[in-house]
Design a protein around this ligand. Structure first.
Ligand code: ZN
Length: 516
């Protein structure tokens, strides 16, 4: 509850729990109280920080005062590796939003281990892991953290108060799978990883230079950072998965070999993920879509390059929990994994007259007529004018060896349709005026400039656009496709028995592909 109050009001954890206390743990009353007290009422007394009763290892994970106050997404998350609801016997179902990053990593490690232990298995139809296999999975995760693995056992059932830390059993036992299947299963594994690695070591590995330590589960939605993913896969709680050192823009030393890969939406905002994530030994990828993590994998260990490859996508979180089949196609599927440059270089160059400054929108009626088929739509484009070029003067010039951008001519503006004033549109962020005009307006009704002086947007179909702009639109229209293209640059996603339907071209309403 306090975390919900925090999300609504943006106050600190301590303040939120104080308001919750005052409101008798009623969220609605607490919200009312917060707003009444912060709008002219008496200021609340300074919060007294409660003494945390969490163990040092649990404090690495959470900034909460007691075990009872930990978010349910983390305290009710058994590790049961058999998703009967989506018919995926190796799937690790997630209960609530929060721990998706670490759950998907553990699930990916299980798939990778299954390919090692059952070389002939097909991952989507093989039986669920045995207790022995779960023991082996946990053993390998903990042994990567330290050669003397430790395991957390609960002294009271379903309670983390006063848990015990003992050496991890050196012989296979079903007790491990049984502990993980309890509601505290995820936390038992995470605390075991931290106790094994050592609290101080995890703390120093996960801290950024010159920045105070922050717990690994944070924010209003209690999401986990990449430290836990790195700890589970490599045994080291280093922050972030990027290719470059944050302080000097030089390439990081890669972890090799990497059993599983990771592709991320962060790459689209020019933070490439490290090379080792793109060249895993098994065809299994963690997909970071920005706010959620899912899995993408081939069903067998065979890595024979083929321009048409069947993959499975698995989303473990309701309401979209699903295992679905898709075909990736494209020449990049047969090529070696991409390698990032040695030093991070800017990818934005100074805009030139005639280049597309922005894609204003897809034509609303095209969008309405064929909701999924964005490649059948027309797009309204804003073309760069002299003012935009001078506003962008601080950006570096496009070097001669960089691919030139395609340029457009404005052409005469049709007179019988509404039009958008580019002069107004280019200052939309400060004015909130989007420059819309009636067909009959010869001068802009917002700024008073003539159509020719102000400039106007143009309309082009997807088909008429050059490949870089098509890619830009694909990127906006489909998150999964855009993330997949960070690994396979020209990939297309196809559906249907014979990969008949291409994502972006087909209407999907008749196809069972709800996870896209
Ligand atoms: Zn205007």
């Amino acid at each position: 509850m306090a975390d919900q109050l925090q999300a609504i009001t943006g106050i600190s954890t301590q303040e939120a729990s104080m308001y919750m206390d005052m409101a008798g743990n009623n969220l609605e009353t607490a919200v009312e109280l917060f707003f009444s007290m912060s709008s002219g009422g008496a200021p609340p007394p300074p919060p007294t920080p409660p003494t945390s009763t969490l163990s040092p290892a649990a404090k690495i994970l959470f900034d909460f005062p007691t075990y009872a106050s930990l978010p349910e997404a983390w305290t009710n998350q058994p590790l049961i590796f058999n998703d009967t609801s989506s018919n995926f016997s190796l799937g690790l179902p997630q209960n609530k939003n929060g721990p998706c990053g670490i759950l998907v990593s553990i699930n990916a490690l299980l798939l990778s281990q299954t390919l090692n232990l059952r070389p002939d298995a097909n991952l989507t139809i093989t039986p669920p892991p045995t207790p022995d296999e779960i023991y082996t999975l946990v053993s390998s995760i903990l042994t990567r953290c330290d050669s003397s693995p430790k395991f957390v056992t609960l002294t009271t059932q379903n309670s983390l108060e006063n848990y015990a830390v003992a050496p991890f059993p050196s012989t296979k036992t079903p007790d491990i799978a049984e502990s993980l299947a309890s509601p505290l299963g995820l936390l038992i594994l995470l605390l075991s990883m931290i106790e094994t690695r050592g609290v101080d070591k995890v703390k120093s590995e996960s801290s950024m230079p010159n920045t105070p330590f922050e717990p690994l589960v944070s924010g209003p939605f209690n999401l986990c950072g990449t430290e836990l993913i790195n700890l589970a896969i490599f045994g080291k709680a280093t922050p972030n998965v990027g290719a470059y050192n944050p302080d000097d823009d030089n390439k990081k030393v890669a972890f090799t070999p990497t059993p599983i890969g990771l592709i991320s939406k962060s790459e689209l905002s020019s933070v490439p993920v490290a090379d080792h994530w793109k060249a895993p030994t098994h065809p299994i990828f963690i997909v970071h879509g920005g706010d959620h993590f899912t899995l993408l994998f081939k069903t067998t260990a065979t890595n024979t390059p083929s321009p048409n490859t069947q993959y499975f996508a698995y989303n473990a979180l309701p309401p979209n929990r699903l295992l679905c089949s898709l075909t990736l196609s494209g020449s990049s599927l047969t090529k070696p994994p991409p390698v990032t440059q040695n030093v991070h270089k800017p990818s934005h160059y100074k805009i030139q007259i005639g280049e597309v400054e922005s894609i204003v929108q897809a034509h609303p009626s095209d969008k309405k007529a064929r909701p999924d088929a964005w490649r059948r739509w027309r797009y309204e484009l804003c073309i760069a004018n002299e003012k935009m070029v001078s506003d962008d003067s601080a950006s570096p010039e496009r070097p001669n060896d960089a691919t030139p951008q395609v340029k457009f001519e404005l052409g005469p503006r049709p007179t019988n349709v509404p039009w958008r004033c580019v002069s107004c549109y280019s200052t939309r962020f400060s004015t909130m005026c989007f420059g819309q005009n009636q067909a009959s307006d010869e001068v802009c009704s917002n700024c008073g400039k003539t159509k020719t002086a102000a400039g106007y947007t143009i309309l082009k179909s997807y088909e008429e656009l050059p490949p870089p702009l098509r890619r830009r639109i694909d990127r906006t229209e489909n998150k999964l496709l855009s993330v997949i293209r960070t690994r396979w640059s020209d990939a297309e996603i196809k559906f249907g028995a014979d990969a008949t339907y291409t994502l972006g071209e087909a209407d999907l309403s008749s196809l069972n592909v709800p996870c896209i």
